[in-house]
Ligand binder design. Structure first.
Ligand code: G3P
Length: 263
C-alpha cells in the first residue's frame, strides 16, 4: 500500500519526505489555506512559488491539486490551466475533481463526471475526491479517474453526528461499526469508513477496475492499519498520524532499557 502525506504544509512535507517512505501528497483548498496562514505570519506568500516548492520536494511522486470551480467547462479550464502551469515543474501533478460538484441550492450531478472524461482524454491524471459511497467511486472510475479518494474518516464523523454520538476527531471508529441499542448505526448500508473502503475494494477487484483506491481523512493509526486490511491501494495520512503509527510505548521502554543495559 502506498502512503501519501495529507498536507499542504511545506515543513511537514519536507519532514515526511525525509523518511524516504512517502509516495505522494494530497492537498485540498482547506489544507492550502491552513498551510498559507501558518507560513504567512504577516508576510506575503506567492501561491505559485509555494506550490512549486511542494512539487519540487515531492518530485517523482504524485501531488494532487484541487480545482475550485464547480461548473463543467470552468472546471475543465481551471484543471487544464493548473496542469499546464504546474506539471512541467516535476511532472507529478494530479488534478483533484470533486466526484459531484453540486452545492447547496445548486444541483449539478454530472458536471464532474463530464469534466473528468474530458480531462482524461487530454491526458490529465485525475483524483476524484469527496467520495462517500462505492457507487460514486465506481462512476468516477468509469469516467477515467486514476485515483478515487474515499473520505473514510469524514464518513465516520457523519455517521456519529447523524446518530447523536459524541466524539473527538482522532477517536477510533470500529471498522465493523457501532451498535446503539438494537440499531447498527450506518449511512445507507455503510457502517464505517473502513467498510466504505472495503466494499469499494471488493467491487474494483471483482470487475478488475484499474483505478486506485485512496483512503482519505485518516484519523488514527488503527484506522490506517484497517485501510491496509480493507484493500486500499493508497492511504493519505496527516503527519501526526504517521508519528503515532511509528510509535508504541513498549518500543520506547524497550530501547530505554537496552541503552541503560549497554555494558
Ligand atoms: O484527503 C482528505 C482530507 O484532507 C480530509 O481530511 O481531516 O479534513 O476530513 P479531513
Amino acid at each position: 500500500m502506498k502512503l501519501f502525506l495529507d498536507s499542504a504544509n511545506l515543513k511537514e512535507i519536507e519532514e515526511a519526505y525525509h523518511t524516504g517512505i512517502i509516495n505522494g501528497v494530497t492537498t485540498n483548498p482547506s489544507l492550502m489555506k491552513q498551510a498559507l496562514a501558518d507560513k504567512k505570519k504577516g508576510k506575503k506568500i506567492d501561491l505559485t512559488d509555494y506550490i512549486q516548492e511542494i512539487l519540487t520536494i515531492a518530485k517523482g511522486t504524485p501531488v494532487s491539486l484541487e480545482v475550485k470551480e464547480t461548473e463543467e467547462k470552468a472546471m475543465v479550464e481551471e484543471a487544464l490551466s493548473l496542469f499546464n502551469q504546474f506539471n512541467p515543474i516535476a511532472n507529478n501533478v494530479y488534478i483533484k475533481i470533486p466526484v459531484n460538484s453540486s452545492l447547496k441550492g445548486k444541483t449539478r450531478p454530472f458536471d464532474s463526471l463530464k469534466a473528468i472524461k474530458t480531462l482524461v482524454q487530454a491526458n490529465v491524471p485525475i483524483n476524484a475526491t469527496l467520495i462517500f459511497t462505492p457507487e460514486q467511486a465506481l462512476m468516477a472510475a468509469k469516467a477515467g479517474a486514476r485515483i478515487v479518494s474515499l473520505f473514510a474518516g469524514r464518513l465516520d464523523d457523519y455517521i456519529r453526528i447523524q446518530h447523536g454520538i459524541g466524539f473527538e476527531k482522532s477517536d477510533y471508529f470500529p471498522a465493523e461499526g457501532i451498535k446503539k441499542g438494537d440499531l447498527h448505526v450506518q449511512d445507507n448500508g455503510l457502517v464505517s469508513g473502513v467498510d466504505l473502503v472495503s466494499k469499494c475494494s471488493h467491487i474494483f477487484r471483482m470487475y478488475n477496475i484499474k483505478c486506485e483506491i485512496l483512503a482519505a481523512s485518516t484519523r488514527n493509526s488503527r484506522q490506517l492499519r484497517e485501510f491496509a486490511l480493507a484493500g486500499a491501494h493508497i492511504a493519505t495520512v496527516p503527519l501526526d498520524v504517521f508519528k503515532a503509527a511509528i510509535s508504541h510505548p513498549k518500543t520506547i521502554e524497550g530501547l530505554t532499557t537496552f541503552l541503560e543495559d549497554v555494558p
